[in-house]
Each structure stands twice: as structure tokens, then as C-alpha cells.
Design a protein around this ligand. Structure first.
Ligand code: GAP
Length: 512
């Protein structure tokens, strides 16, 4: 199965098992908007808990807030979103379809990279053990030709991006003969800027309604509450404010399922520091955030940093943590050193003094900020795409198993009486009563045990507990583990601690 096909299968699986549904489906859906189902919401909440506790419980100097989605419209002028939160758009005159010019160029570069990798794979196959990859890349004429093409386009693209030169974006598209996938033509309009914020009006028209925006990031809710939190929490620099909440962007190229949505959720933390210490803190937060990811056990090799070549004028360092999604390594989280850009702009636009008095140095300053910002939905997609596995079984059949990290699994344990009679359902209910206060669970007495195991594998339940006739006599049950399928007999009173060891969020946090 190609990665593309695998991705389609995953999307179908997410729908079939109640993880994610297209929004408004009975009305044929709403583009790039999705609903979380009964399994998806639990997975999402577990991810949010892991982040929230790691931020606010493990760090004495980080506190959380929950600010409103609607904010004063001047905030978005101060933050630069009104003037600069734009995507470069280009239309194909024949198909009338609209694209992001930068994405068209990046996809073109991606295709060249794919060609190079295919060439290298061919070489590896041909030369076997004696294959010297570095030498092959440095000498193979096909690789060198593609690499030269890549370098030329990439250099032009980076220069155009730095200079905000949209005519050059269009010229690159035309020179590379990038065609519209629908019409197949290169008949493009000029590139125009398109603001990504959704707007609505507040108040009745008679009163003079105000144009307001649905926030495109949660971070500004933190900046405008900096003084409130610092004063009421008696916070001393360095300190952080964390927030989880919805954000809205009118994305033009909205695709790849929940990777790029128009309504999504962010987990952001702004860490306020003394000017001059930002590069040290930036390094620390890069390490801390990578550790948080790797701690989930989804393979360190599936993450990498991508340092930004183009920095915003106010930023002095920026990196993305990229994850190996089915469509390649893509941004999962951003970590930015934002200087005092936001706070000083809010000071300017609001007319309120936003400073910190440093008692040790007896001076006041506007703090600098390190921001960590991760999309909840992208994290859900990372977990789901990494977990989806199709495995051959000894009997020649296959099982689909979601190897979701156990502390994030929506359902932690399934309890099943072997048959629906002989007092087994009653004992199984007692087991449920023993476990339900600590773990999310499902009780299932329908179909064969094999079928019930398959259903739990498909939603990623780490443990299945079967109550059989022996249980009535010895007070033990059979516990079957999801990944190994190994079974063991366990006393009912020992179940809780056994399950806890593997699924506990506390243990996950302890390893950080
Ligand atoms: N406050 C900084 C900020 O918002 P960003 O890189 O635009 O930075 C941060 O967004 C994170 O939010 C991204 O790394 C990504 O995980 C998530 N994100 C951004 N746009 C998204 C979208 N349209 N759909 C889903 N997640 C998105």
C-alpha cells in the first residue's frame, strides 16, 4: 500500500470507529472542518491533559488561563494580524481554482526530492552491501541534475520569500511549468495577498456593530493578560502562561484531513524572560518540548527540528518540531523567540504600561518571550497515523490494531464475560465497578471473544479482561494485552494496579 492509500484507509478507519467525522456530514460536509466522535474526543482530551499537566504541574512557574475567543479588534492590529496575516494566492484562469503560490512551489520542490530519493533507492538495490550513499549522491548524473534544479528553484524561492516578492513567486511557477492539477494549464493570475482571519460583527447594527475577528491564535489572549496574571499570581520572571483553546483561520489550501483545518485547537505557552537570556531559554524549551514528544514512545526518529531560514523581523530564533506524517515530515509544533514585540505593541496600541519591575536589579523592562505552540489536532493526527497498524495473524487473517500510547488511549480497558449466562455477566459487572472510577472502560458481551478483541484493537484499548467460568471459582480473570496479544491470569483485586502501571498519565509525566 502506498502512503497515500494508507492515509485514505486511516481516514476511513477514523470515521468507522468514532474518532473523527466530517463536519455537517448529512449536509455533505463543510470543507476543512471536522467533528470528534466518542473515541476521538477522549484521545484529544488525553493529549490536552498530558500537555497541560506537563506545563502547569511540572513547572512551578507556569500557570494556565482560558481567555475568550472574541477579543478587542485593536488587538489584531497590534499583533500585526490585520496587516500581515496573509497567504499568497494565485488563481488558475481556466479551472477558476485558487491555490497558495508558496504551496505550489514547495510541492514542486518536494517532487524533485522524491525523484532524488527514488534514484538513490535504485542505486541501493543495484549495488547492495557495497553501496556508498554519499558517493552516489555526489556523483550520479541524474541525482546531480535534479539537485541542481532543486538548488536553483529553492534559492529563488527563499529570496522571493524574504523580499515578499510575489511577482517572482508567479515567475517561478511559470518558469517551472507548474500546472493546475484540474485544468492542466499554466494560465495563472497574479499573486495576491489574502487575509486568513474570519470576521463577524458584535452588537446590533442599530447600536453601530463592531467588526471583530475570531482569534487566529490563542497567544494574544495570553499577552493581553500578562499584567493580570503577573500581578494577581505574584509571578516572578522567568514565568510562563499556558492556554489551550480554539483558533480559526480561513485556510485556502485546507487539506490532508485534520492537518490543516479552518477551526482547530492550539496549546500555547508564552514564557516571559529577561531580555538577553532568550537564546538560552530558546534552547531549553527546544529540548523540553522534544522530550515531551519522544516520551510518548512513538520513535525519536519520527521527529526532527527544522530551523527557520526566514525569521520575522521581531524574532531572533525559530524552529519547528516536525513529525513524520504519512505525507512526509511536516510541522507539528513551533518554538519561537519573539523578543518583546507583542508586549511592546500592546503597550503602544492600548496606552497601558506593560513592564516588569525586577526587584533584584532594581530596573523595569518589557519582558522578552519564548513561545511554544502546538496544534492539538495535528498531535491527534500524529498519534493516529503512527498507531495504525495492520498485522498478519497466525490463522492467516489480519488484525487492525491502533498502537496508541497507552496513557492516551480513549478506552483503557474492556471487560467481557465469556458467555452471557451462568453468572458471568454479573461477575463482569463487579469487575467494572472495581475499575470504573480509575479507567475509561467498555463492557462488551456481544459476539465471539475473537471479534470482541478485534473491536478493541481497532480503537486501541490496551487491555481486555475476560471473565470465564474459572473466575467464579478462583477470583481470577484473563487479561489480554493489546500489542503482544499475550494473556495472563490475574486476581480481580490486582487488576487495578496492573492496568494503572501501563496507562497512567502520572507515570508518563514522571519520565519527563
Ligand atoms: N502563536 C503562534 C502560532 O500560531 P503557527 O505556526 O501559526 O504559530 C502553531 O501555529 C501550531 O498550530 C502549528 O505548529 C500547528 O500545529 C497548528 N496549526 C496552525 N494552523 C493550523 C491549521 N490550519 N489546522 C490545524 N493546526 C494548525
Amino acid at each position: 500500500m502506498t502512503q497515500d492509500e494508507l492515509f485514505k484507509v486511516l481516514v476511513a478507519h477514523c470515521k468507522e470507529y468514532g474518532f473523527i467525522f466530517p463536519s455537517s456530514e448529512i449536509y455533505d460536509g463543510l470543507a476543512a472542518v471536522y467533528d470528534y466522535g466518542q473515541m476521538g474526543v477522549q484521545l484529544k482530551n488525553n493529549i490536552k491533559n498530558y500537555w497541560w499537566e506537563a506545563m502547569t504541574r511540572l513547572n512551578e512557574n507556569i500557570v494556565g488561563i482560558d481567555s475568550a475567543i472574541f477579543m478587542h479588534p485593536r488587538i489584531w492590529e497590534a499583533s500585526g494580524h490585520v496587516s500581515a496575516f496573509n497567504d499568497p494566492l494565485i488563481d488558475n484562469k481556466d479551472s477558476k481554482k485558487r491555490y497558495r503560490a508558496d504551496v505550489l512551489i514547495e510541492d514542486y520542490l518536494g517532487k524533485i526530492e522524491e525523484k532524488i530519493e527514488k534514484e538513490v533507492a535504485k542505486g541501493r538495490k543495484k549495488f547492495g552491501d557495497s553501496f556508498d550513499e554519499a558517493q552516489f549522491r555526489a556523483t550520479n548524473p541524474n541525482v546531480l541534475r535534479e539537485k541542481a534544479k532543486w538548488d536553483e528553484v529553492h534559492n529563488r524561492y527563499v529570496a522571493a520569500e524574504k523580499a515578499n516578492d510575489f511577482a517572482e513567486y508567479r515567475q517561478i511557477i511559470i518558469d517551472c511549468n507548474i500546472v493546475c492539477p484540474i485544468s492542466g494549464t499554466c494560465n495563472w493570475t497574479d499573486v495576491r495577498q489574502f487575509n486568513l482571519m474570519f470576521s463577524t460583527s458584535m452588537g446590533s447594527t442599530a447600536d453601530g456593530a463592531n467588526l471583530i475577528y475570531l482569534r487566529p491564535e490563542t497567544a494574544q489572549g495570553i499577552f493581553v493578560n500578562y499584567l493580570n496574571v503577573q500581578k494577581t499570581g505574584r509571578m516572578k520572571i522567568p514565568f510562563g502562561i499556558a492556554q489551550i483553546g480554539k483558533a480559526f483561520r480561513n485556510e485556502i489550501v485546507a487539506r490532508q484531513f485534520i492537518f490543516r483545518m479552518r477551526e482547530f485547537e492550539q496549546m500555547e505557552m508564552q514564557f516571559f524572560i529577561k531580555p538577553g537570556t532568550e537564546l538560552e531559554w530558546f534552547k531549553k524549551w527546544k529540548e523540553t518540548r522534544m522530550k515531551w514528544h519522544v516520551n510518548l514512545g512513538m520513535g525519536a526518529e519520527n521527529y526532527r527540528f527544522h530551523d527557520h531560514e526566514k525569521l520575522a523581523h521581531y524574532a531572533n530564533a525559530a524552529t519547528d518540531i516536525e513529525f513524520n506524517f504519512p505525507f512526509g515530515f511536516k510541522e507539528l509544533e513551533g518554538i519561537h523567540s519573539r523578543t518583546n514585540f507583542d508586549l511592546s505593541n500592546h503597550q503602544k496600541f492600548s496606552g497601558k504600561k506593560i513592564e516588569y519591575f525586577d526587584p533584584e536589579e532594581n530596573t523595569s523592562y518589557t519582558p522578552y518571550v519564548i513561545e511554544t505552540s502546538i496544534g492539538v489536532d495535528r498531535m491527534v493526527l500524529a498519534v493516529l497515523s503512527h498507531s495504525y497498524t495492520v498485522e498478519p495473524l497466525e490463522n492467516g487473517e489480519e488484525r487492525v490494531v491502533m498502537r496508541i500510547p497507552a496513557p492516551l488511549a480513549p478506552i483503557k480497558v474492556a471487560v467481557m464475560p465469556l458467555v452471557k449466562k451462568d453468572g458471568l455477566p454479573e461477575l463482569a459487572q463487579k469487575v467494572v465497578d472495581e475499575l470504573k472510577y480509575d479507567f475509561s472502560y467498555q463492557y462488551d458481551e456481544k459476539d465471539s471473544i475473537g471479534k470482541r478483541y478485534r473491536r478493541q484493537d481497532a480503537i486501541g484499548t490496551p487491555f481486555c479482561v475476560t471473565v470465564d467460568h474459572d473466575s467464579l471459582v478462583d477470583g481470577c480473570v484473563t487479561v489480554r494485552e493489546r500489542d503482544t496479544m499475550k494473556q495472563e491470569r490475574v486476581k480481580i483485586e490486582d487488576l487495578r494496579s496492573m492496568i494503572e502501571k501501563k496507562v497512567s498519565l502520572t507515570n508518563l509525566l514522571r519520565n519527563l
